[in-house]
Design a binder for this molecule. Structure first.
Ligand code: GYE
Length: 303
């Protein structure tokens, strides 16, 4: 396979590619749809998938990658829970001659030769789209609370950056509180409960994913206020439950982030294992949704 000491054809003797995949966890609707897409695409492409769930812990991902190296898989793919701290284990993969593909989330390393390609969304652009809607659809002063994704994760860092970049045009829009809800519904609810007690005059919630926004909706209702009306809610992902809340008017705007990366990942894996050239970066195409747009597409959404 991909290892230096094996001069035979790529993949097993029968050409079957073995992929070790280390997933972040099952923290959100996005993640569930992403896992399903990867499993189904592997099956369809005849890829032997060794799937490992890290339960949102970097140490578990590092263990899984080491185990894939020991199993001498043909290719390793993973979605890094946080951006930093990968160089050592990826050097081990390189020494073993096993190519690595980053899926969904990027790493922060000076050594871009540690991986073949990165397939996933442009999270800074997603943050900009959220900020653009707020700038274009509100009059000041606007007090925003932000529910951040997992601390140190690429989508949390980038969605914050893109959003802040655009709202800088409007000095009357202010982020008055910001905290991580770890991309989970429970986390979003808990942080929003605390914000509602500590922070007066909240106009807008900017949640880095639908699940945290849905948790915030529960907290807002429990406090006797109306989500989508008393407090404007902007989220990212556009998974089914988020789109339903948008259609119902409880969320006001969603920036789409596409989790269906499986087919493209299997395609890139086959090329990498066969020694073909692949682009260093493959960006996913995405859109945004208003409540009317959500109502129009809801029945056809796959996830
Ligand atoms: O937005 C969030 C998930 O990395 C793009 O992770 C992904 C993010 C997604 O937990 O819901």
């Amino acid at each position: 396979g991909g290892s230096d000491s094996d001069a035979g054809p790529p993949g097993g003797a029968d050409g079957t590619i073995t992929m070790g995949f280390s997933q972040v966890g099952a923290e959100s609707g996005w993640r569930t749809a992403n896992t399903k897409s990867i499993r189904e695409a592997a099956e369809a492409a005849g890829v032997d998938l060794r799937f490992s769930d890290a339960q949102q812990k970097q140490e578990n991902q590092i263990k899984a990658i080491r185990s894939f190296i020991q199993q001498r898989v043909d290719v390793i793919a993973f979605s890094p829970v946080v951006e930093t701290g990968w160089d050592a284990v990826l050097l081990e993969a390189r020494r073993a001659g096993i190519p690595v593909i980053l899926t969904d989330r990027a790493i922060d390393s000076d050594d871009t030769s540690l991986y073949e390609t990165f397939l996933g969304s442009d999270f800074v652009e997603e943050g900009r789209k959220a900020g653009r809607w707020l700038v274009d659809n509100t009059e000041g002063p606007v007090r925003v609370v932000e529910l951040q994704g997992t601390t140190g994760a690429a989508p949390a860092i980038d969605r914050k950056e893109g959003f802040e970049e655009v709202i800088a045009e409007r000095p009357d829009i202010e982020i008055v509180a910001t905290q991580s809800g770890d991309f989970t519904r429970a986390g979003g609810k808990e942080v929003m409960e605390a914000f509602l007690k500590s922070t007066p005059g909240i106009d807008v919630v900017y949640a880095h994913n639908d699940d945290m926004g849905l948790g915030a909706i529960e907290a807002i209702k429990a406090a006797g206020r109306e989500p989508g009306t008393d407090i404007t809610i902007i989220t990212v992902d556009a998974v089914r439950d988020g789109m339903q809340a948008l259609a119902d008017g409880e969320i006001n705007f969603i920036v789409e982030c596409n989790p269906l990366l499986g087919e493209q990942l299997m395609d890139l894996a086959r090329k990498v294992v066969n020694g073909e050239e692949v682009p260093a970066r493959v960006v996913t195409e995405e859109t945004t949704f208003t409540p009317e747009e959500a109502r129009a597409v809801l029945s056809e959404r796959e996830y």
